[in-house]
Design a protein around this ligand. Structure first.
Ligand SMILES: Nc1nc2c(ncn2[C@@H]2O[C@H](COP(=O)(O)OP(=O)(O)OP(=O)(O)O)[C@@H](O)[C@H]2O)c(=O)[nH]1
Length: 898
């Protein structure tokens, strides 16, 4: 056992000797026993005990002190006690103790305080120190009892920091007992909701903070989770002490004891009012826009979200149309009677007064609405629906235009709170964005789905929309009619009055068609002068009646520029379901019927029949065969001689295309040439014939067969191609021919059709030196005034005049007139279709110079013509040897033999 120091022993002895006389006689301990007991007690005390003498030197340093400081007592006993105090106060420590000794002012004795213990190893501990001052003969001693409170101090600091964290946070923290009643709230709770602990203590939190629009279902959910002792997280609208609504997110955790029994439930509530608006409202609306949701859905979503965030609001969004009228886009919370009553109300000049024109918004209490204000219109419907006031704002585009109106309605009169103002700001931006996007989408839609000239739906839209009408008709067992309408001779309007006039006419037609429609009917422009009217529902009888009405309407006079026109159209009708189940089939069949109406003379309608389909199929087959024949160069040329009537000599040959098809047999040009024209490969056909004819003439020249020129028929379409002169020049050069070796036969249309550029090409071809002949002269609308200015070399008298020559005086007079005109204009007249000598004779007598026809020779293949020419040459040789004049009859025999 460690021995107490001599100083302590002295001190104890001094004390005891001072009191010895006063010891009771029955005292159980002897002095030495008492001393020993005391010393052992101090030595074994759980607290550290340090005794210092009058010189402040340590005289007792028990085992606990050794453990607390880490110093062995041998290092401490007899040394100044300042070695045990913190370094910062060591230098002054003697002075402090001295002051206590000298002044007797007792600041430390009898109290207990926490002191820092700096241990030998440099670590720090805390001790709770109480000091006794002992007066002895040897002077004043001090005894310090130090309890190690390091852990307590740490715990206390932790608690301090914890409470700091809990109370200084923005979140509201609430702790309830197992019975769900509040036992603690932090300062944040008071700051957020205004309630003090007294307000909440012992109460169920949800009962205190819920209000009129708190969601009952969420409350139920909270109750269930708490009863089940399960942690959870919810978002809920609650009210603060003053009644202001706010959205919180509550995270509630269950705290169990070591036996798994619930001790507490701790809730951390965060105010999400602002984030709710931005994250939920903004995010949801933007997502919907990004997903291309329909505008009405976006508007509905904004209203619903606003009402969810602030249930006391009834939100409504209206658009303002071009006429300044309001139309409700979304108002899920407003009674339908109200929206019905205000829809279409003129927002025009009233808009400003109603606040729609003001960016700041306008608060209107319906009960106070002056009778002469625009609100008067809203007052009665609002009152009837229990609406007390409205707060309306203009929705403006980025360039300041008013696009619509956003209004918050309230069932009671109240000032809109901060939350409502923020909601207005966020919602206005979203509405403007959505409406502007809708406007640009509408613009794109118009460009994509509408014809820019007439504003009618275009082909794509027409087909898509009709498909939905068809689906509906199929569901409801209804019939539907598709009218394919093509204006008659519209090209003439363009050519004679100009394209702009044509456009004006197309627009007028579009308007008239629109004017004829019934509620569900639909009209679109397919292309050019083609329109489609869909009558729905409609049977064949109604379709023809409506078609007649449309045709009559179209025929009303229309003034384009200074010209009054009476437009007519040919119409084809196809009925659903008899004539097709889908729009493409119906359109095709209506087109066939229209084609039939055109062929039958125009300005009429025709209803589709299966027979038309067969005809069209045949036509298609025929067209494909012709294309194949062209590609495979299966079209042949026959040549018909043109004979000078003066001496029977060869004037030239006309190249005539022949097509012999294995299935169709010999197809005459008047069947396949118009088809090639319609199907768009007439130019290809003409070019082929031109090149083949030139090559043939070149071959004849090489074989010394004297043929002055070859005539080739060229369609008006080919003449519109400005590249024609270059192609001719190239072909002639390739064949080693001169321009005069070629004559192009064109119809009067090319000459008369100034607008299409045919006349210009004609002139350029003529400038090349190529001969030009007007074919079928006298059958078209010949304009004689043109004739003398045209660069033509010959006129071909149509065979219809020649056929009647012997029998019809009129025909003779006409032929004579044509011949006369030609002669006086120094043009060569070539009569076609001469079949007998009488016709030849009359023509010759009338002054016609050249003729062709069966009387002289049929059109024949090149080889046959070669033979024919050779035999004629032999004939001519005989005549030259003086064997007589040209014998027309012998020539005919020869031809027939050939
Ligand atoms: N002004 C104008 N003309 C157009 C437009 N689109 C096409 N066209 C012309 O419309 C004309 C259509 O002519 P077609 O229907 O083929 O012939 P048509 O003269 O009406 O003769 P039929 O239909 O046989 O009676 C063509 O000349 C096109 O160049 C347009 O937008 N404006």
């Amino acid at each position: 056992m460690t021995q107490p120091s001599a100083a302590v022993a002295a001190c104890l002895s001094a004390q005891n000797s001072a009191d010895e006389s006063t010891l009771p006689s029955n005292h159980p301990l002897t002095e030495s026993q008492a001393r020993e007991t005391l010393i052992q007690t101090l030595e074994q005390a759980a607290d550290a005990v340090v005794v210092i003498d009058a010189n402040n030197c340590v005289t007792l340093f028990n085992a606990s002190a050794e453990a607390l400081w880490g110093y062995p007592r041998a290092d401490v006993l007899g040394r100044n006690v300042s070695m045990l105090v913190p370094r910062g106060i060591r230098a002054q420590h003697d002075q402090y103790v001295g002051a206590n000794r000298d002044t007797g002012t007792n600041r430390i004795v009898g109290t207990s305080r926490e002191v820092v213990i700096e241990r030998i190893d440099g670590t720090v501990r805390w001790g709770s120190m109480s000091i006794s001052k002992v007066f002895t003969a040897a002077g004043v001693l001090y005894t310090a009892f130090i309890r190690d409170v390091t852990n307590e101090v740490k715990r206390r600091e932790e608690r301090r920091l914890l409470s700091l964290a809990v109370n200084e946070t923005d979140s509201a923290i609430i702790v309830v007992g197992p019975d769900g009643r509040t036992i603690y709230i932090n300062d944040g709770f008071t700051r957020m909701l205004g309630y003090q602990l007294d307000d909440m203590y012992g109460k169920v939190p949800s009962r205190v903070v819920s209000g009129r629009y708190t969601d009952e279902k969420t409350l139920e959910y909270i109750g269930e989770r708490l009863a089940a002792r399960e942690s959870f997280r919810v978002e809920i609208l609650i009210y603060d002490r003053s009644g202001k609504p706010l959205w919180i997110q509550a995270v509630v955790n269950i705290v169990n004891d070591e036996y798994g029994t619930c001790r507490n439930m701790v809730g951390v509530w965060t105010d999400i009012t602002n984030t709710k608006m931005h994250e939920v409202l903004q995010q949801k609306a933007l997502n919907a826009m990004a997903r291309e949701a329909p505008i009405l859905n976006v508007m509905l979503l904004i209203c619903l979200e606003v009402e969810r965030i602030a249930p006391e609001i009834i939100a409504s969004i209206c658009s303002v149309d071009q006429d300044g009228r309001l139309w409700t886009l979304a108002a899920p919370g407003l009674p339908p009677e109200y929206t019905k009553a205000v829809d279409g109300l003129d927002a025009g000049p009233d808009m400003q007064a109603c606040g729609v024109g003001h960016s700041g918004g306008k608060l209107m209490v319906f009960a106070d609405a002056p009778e002469d204000s625009c609100w008067a219109k809203f007052k009665e419907p609002a009152r009837a629906c229990g609406l007390a006031q409205a707060w309306s704002h203009a929705i403006r585009s980025s360039d300041g235009r008013v696009l619509g109106k956003l209004a918050f309605y309230y069932r009671e009169t109240r000032e809109p709170g901060t939350l409502h103002r923020r909601l207005i700001d966020v919602s206005l931006n979203l509405c403007a964005l959505a409406l502007e996007r809708e406007a640009s989408k509408e613009n794109i839609r118009r460009l994509a789905f509408y014809d820019s000239l007439t504003g009618l739906p275009n082909r794509g839209f027409l087909i898509a929309h009709t498909e939905s009408l068809l689906a509906n008709a199929a569901r409801t067992n209804n019939t539907l009619a598709v009218l394919f309408l093509d204006l008659d001779r519209f090209k003439h309007v363009n050519d004679s009055l100009g394209h702009t006039a044509g456009d004006v006419l197309l627009c007028e037609v579009a308007q008239r068609l629109k004017g004829c429609l019934r509620a569900l009917d639909f009209v679109g422009r397919l292309s050019g002068d083609e329109f489609v009217v869909v009558l729905s529902p409609c049977d064949a009888g109604e379709a023809t009646a409506l078609c007649e009405r449309i045709m009559a309407e179209l025929q009303e006079p229309v003034t384009v520029g200074s010209t009054t026109l009476r437009p007519t159209a040919s119409v084809g009708i196809a009925i659903f379901p008899q004539h097709g189940h889908d729009m493409n089939t119906l359109l095709l069949h209506a087109d066939m019927a229209m084609y039939q109406a055109k062929s039958a003379g125009r300005h009429r309608f025709s209803v589709f029949t299966p027979e038309l389909n067969r005809v069209a199929q045949d036509r298609l087959k025929f067209e494909m065969a012709l294309r194949a024949a062209l590609q495979a160069d299966q079209l042949q040329l026959h040549y018909q001689p043109q004979v000078r009537l003066s001496d029977g000599g060869i004037y030239g040959v006309e190249a005539l295309a022949r097509w012999h098809h294995p299935e169709f047999g010999v197809v005459p040009p008047d069947r396949f040439v118009p088809l090639a024209e319609e199907c768009g490969f007439i130019t290809e056909l003409d070019h082929g014939i031109l090149q083949k004819a030139c090559r043939q003439l070149s071959e004849w020249r090489a074989a010394n067969i004297v043929i002055p020129h070859v005539s080739v028929n060229v369609s008006p379409t080919t003449f519109c191609d400005r590249r024609l002169p270059a192609l001719i020049a190239k072909t002639l050069a390739a064949c080693g021919l001169l321009p005069r070796d070629l004559v192009l036969e064109v119809t009067e249309n090319v000459v008369l059709d100034n607008a299409s550029g045919g006349l210009a090409t004609l002139k350029r071809v003529h400038e090349l030196g190529v001969g030009l002949s007007i074919d079928d002269f006298g059958t078209g609308y010949s304009s004689l005034s043109y004739l003398h200015r045209l660069p033509v070399d010959e006129l071909k008298l149509d065979k219809s005049f020649v056929r009647e020559l012997e029998s019809d005086e009129g025909a003779r007079a006409l032929a004579s007139a044509v011949t006369g005109i030609g002669t006086s204009l120094r043009l060569t007249i070539v009569a076609e279709g001469v079949e007998n000598d009488e016709q030849r004779r009359i023509l010759q007598a009338q002054g016609c110079q050249v003729a062709q026809g069966y009387f002289f020779a049929r059109p024949m293949p090149a080889a046959a013509l070669t033979a024919w020419m050779q035999s004629r040459a032999r004939e001519a040789a005989c005549r030259n040897r003086g064997l007589g004049d040209f014998d027309w009859a012998a020539q005919t025999d020869l031809d027939q033999a050939g």
